[in-house]
Design a binder for this molecule. Structure first.
Ligand code: ATP
Ligand code: GCO
Length: 166
């Protein structure tokens, strides 16, 4: 059955590191009774090591990753929320090429709030250093192909705003 005629929703929660993709994506998946997939789980160990060492990923580091994510989304027959940075328009287009009917939501927040959240999370042992935030923001191509939601407030309220926006 073509995707458009089913109730199966495929939503990509995009944004820079620390924008809350995982936090809000999990809440949204709960509201939609959808599966939640974290694109960080699809990065190669080399890509994770690179980021952990403070080096930004480049286009070539993201090629296989995006293909695997697009194929994985297309293969799912349940509603799915994917937390994925999807910083460039070309990355989002690659996902669209592989999976029909994707809705993209961009989470944003003020830079200093993002930095504080990343630093707090890094103290808990997360691999991503806040030194990479500037390159994440430089790489981000915000476009009218995404609904923009400001991630400020209790996560369940932000997820409810996402739900009414999509
Ligand atoms: N609405 C919110 N209110 C308070 N804290 C939040 C909110 N959203 C996210 N956070 C916190 O900010 C940090 C970053 O959030 P999260 O890990 O969800 O971001 P992310 O976009 O998935 O990041 P990354 O891509 O780097 O994995 C976490 O510690 C999370 O608890
Ligand atoms: O495209 C990218 O640069 C990556 O997906 C990053 O966004 C990280 O995976 C994430 O920030 C980890 O915390």
């Amino acid at each position: 059955m073509p995707y458009a005629s089913t109730n199966c929703k495929k939503i990509v929660i995009a944004g820079v590191s620390g924008s809350g993709k995982t936090t809000i994506g999990l809440e949204l998946a709960h509201l939609l009774d959808a599966e939640f997939v974290d694109a960080d789980d699809f990065h190669s160990p080399e890509a994770i090591a690179k980021m952990a060492a403070g080096q930004p990923l480049e286009d070539e580091d993201r090629v296989e990753w995006l293909s695997a994510l697009g194929r994985s989304l297309a293969a799912r027959d349940r509603s799915t929320v994917l937390a994925c940075s999807a910083l460039k328009k070309s990355y989002r287009d690659r996902l669209r090429e592989l999976c029909d009917g994707l809705t993209f939501v961009l989470l944003t927040a003020e830079t200093e709030r993002l930095r504080e959240r990343i630093e707090e999370r890094a103290r808990g042992g997360h691999f991503m250093p806040s030194s990479l935030l500037d390159s994440q923001l430089e790489t981000l191509e915000q476009g009218d192909d995404m609904i923009v939601i400001v991630n400020v407030g209790p996560p369940e309220e932000v997820a409810a705003r996402v739900l009414s926006g999509i």
